[in-house]
Structures are given as structure tokens and as C-alpha cells.
Design a protein around this ligand. Structure first.
Ligand code: FE2
Length: 312
């Protein structure tokens, strides 16, 4: 028996040691991937036949805290893309001192028209949470830290950039001679969305119809699609943040199916006449993470250049 014990325990120690090493390597890689900023390019076929392409730079979930110099430098490089429009879909603040460094980092993009809306994390500093909340579809319980001054940030951003705050605004932007019908809502995850305030058919003569909603909640996507929105831009999911091979995202932290946690997908909803309408949904995997879940696995942080092209 003694001999067997001596044989079993070294083996158990080797297994435990191997698992600890594997865990440490996984976390180490997750920290590396968290900062591996990537530009994703996608085409969306929604323009009229013969129309020239329209390039949208979609930013989301930056979760900025002071001192994120790599992220700030990378954001500054995006000006080289010369987009027709920058769209920023919320969760950009994660600290009470985020506003000034974020606005400095975005400055190279102020040469282009822009629109933005808030996300659920733009109103309060995040608090540490138990990791098991990650796997809950609708995590409950208190999760708010001190208040963030979203209104002050939005006002300063508009003053710096000339971008439009599209929170519960439905308007037409004329860009390069083209008319963009754009409507945006406050965050749906925290039930601040009031879709009725921006509802209605597209403005006559609009070349493209866009919706902005930080959280891609189905009720917002249904309302936008029913009204004739062609493309909704969202974030919030972080693409799942941890994606498993052959499985993908496990959660979206909202009512959206995990298979749509990032990238383009189609959405359908009945219009006012009862007929089924189709739209596109683009969910950005985002550029940041919560300070309390600072890793990404199989899900690089991204900005996306969406090129709108004629429908096929
Ligand atoms: Fe986020």
C-alpha cells in the first residue's frame, strides 16, 4: 500500500501542477489578447443599385480608464481610414477621470462626421462581481459604483468634435451629398430605451436608414426593423469576450442569441402592415473589457470598418 501511495501522489501533483500551468498560461494569453486591437472589415449590401460605397467606422465598448496608452494610440491611427461616418455605440467610460483622455484619443477622428449613444456602463463606475455572473443571461443584483458624468462627457464630446448625440434623436444627416436617416436610443440593458421617441418611417428620400442601440435587445431590433431601419449598430456583448472553439460565445448578457454575439446577422420583424421586413444587425465585439474581467479569449478587441454597398 505504501508503495502505491507514493506512486499515486506524485502523479496527482504532476496533474495539479500541469493544470495550474495551463490556467496561468490561459490567463496570460487572455491578458495579451485583451490588448490585441484589430480592425475588422465587413460589407453590408443595403444601398440602392449603382450607389457609391459609404464607409462607417463602428466603435463600441471602449471601457476607457486613464493610462490606457496602447488603446489611445491605436484609436488615433484609425483616422487613416478616412471614414464617411464614425458611429460610437456606448460603454466608452469606465472611470470618473475617463472623459479627458478619451476625448484626446478620439481627436484624430473629429475630422469626420460622427454619431454616438451611451451604454449601460456609461452611467456608473463598474463594481467587482463574482465570475458566475458572466454566465447569467440577465445578471441581477446591485452592480453600480459611483455615478459617471455621462451628460458632461456627451456635452464636451459634442463641443470638441461636432458629432451628434443621437440619444432618443431621429434625424437626417447629410454626408457627402447623401441623406442618412439615423435614429438612436438610450441603453436597453438598463431599460432606459424609449423607442417610441424615435419611431416612424424613414425620411422620404433617405439613402440609408441606420439605428443605434448599445444593447442589441430584441425589442429594439424588432421596433427598428418594423420601421424600416436597414442596419442597426450595437455593442454590449463584447462578442462573448470568451469564445470557445467550435462553440463561439456562451453569453450576450442580454436577450440576443449568442450566435449573434458579434458580426453581421439578419433580423426580421413584422412591419405595421403585417408584412415581414428584414434588416441587418452589426454587433461590435468592442475594444475594451470591464476592469474586473480584464481578459479576452478567442475574441480580439475590434473596431469595424463597415462598407455599405449596393444590395445584390
Ligand atoms: Fe461593454
Amino acid at each position: 500500500m505504501r508503495g502505491e501511495t507514493r506512486t499515486v501522489w506524485p502523479a496527482a501533483r504532476r496533474v495539479a501542477g500541469g493544470l495550474a500551468l495551463l490556467g496561468a498560461a490561459t490567463v496570460g494569453y487572455g491578458v495579451y489578447e485583451r490588448d490585441a486591437y484589430t480592425l475588422t472589415r465587413r460589407e453590408v449590401p443595403i444601398l440602392a443599385p449603382g450607389a457609391a460605397p459609404l464607409r462607417l467606422l463602428h466603435l463600441s465598448d471602449l471601457h476607457v480608464t486613464p493610462g490606457q496608452t496602447r488603446k489611445f494610440d491605436w484609436l488615433g491611427e484609425l483616422g487613416r481610414l478616412v471614414p464617411d461616418l464614425v458611429a460610437m455605440t456606448g460603454d466608452v467610460l469606465s472611470h470618473q477621470d475617463s472623459s479627458a483622455p478619451l476625448r484626446r484619443a478620439l481627436a484624430p477622428l473629429y475630422a469626420f462626421p460622427g454619431v454616438f449613444i451611451p451604454g449601460n456602463n456609461d452611467y456608473y463606475v463598474p463594481k467587482p462581481r463574482s465570475p458566475h455572473h458572466y454566465f447569467k443571461r440577465h445578471p441581477g443584483g446591485p452592480h453600480k459604483g459611483p455615478a459617471l458624468d455621462w451628460d458632461g462627457f456627451a456635452k464636451d464630446l459634442v463641443a470638441d468634435s461636432g458629432w451628434r448625440d443621437m440619444t432618443h434623436v431621429h434625424d437626417v444627416l447629410t454626408i457627402g451629398g447623401r441623406r442618412l436617416d439615423v435614429r438612436g436610443v438610450d441603453d436597453a440593458r438598463s431599460r432606459r430605451d424609449r423607442v417610441a421617441l424615435v419611431a416612424g418611417p424613414p425620411e422620404p428620400g433617405a439613402d440609408v436608414v441606420l439605428g443605434l442601440s448599445h444593447t442589441p435587445e430584441p425589442r429594439v431590433l424588432d421596433a427598428f426593423t418594423a420601421d424600416g431601419v436597414q442596419l442597426t449598430l450595437s455593442g454590449h456583448t463584447h462578442g462573448g469576450q470568451i469564445r470557445l472553439p467550435f462553440v463561439g460565445a456562451l453569453v450576450t448578457n442580454c436577450g440576443l442569441d449568442p450566435s449573434r454575439a458579434r458580426g453581421l446577422s439578419r433580423w426580421s420583424a413584422a412591419g405595421p402592415d403585417g408584412a415581414q421586413r428584414m434588416s441587418w444587425l452589426h454587433v461590435s465585439a468592442g475594444l475594451g473589457t470591464s476592469p474586473y474581467a480584464p481578459i479576452r479569449l478567442g475574441c480580439r478587441p475590434e473596431a469595424t470598418l463597415l462598407t455599405l454597398v449596393p444590395a445584390r
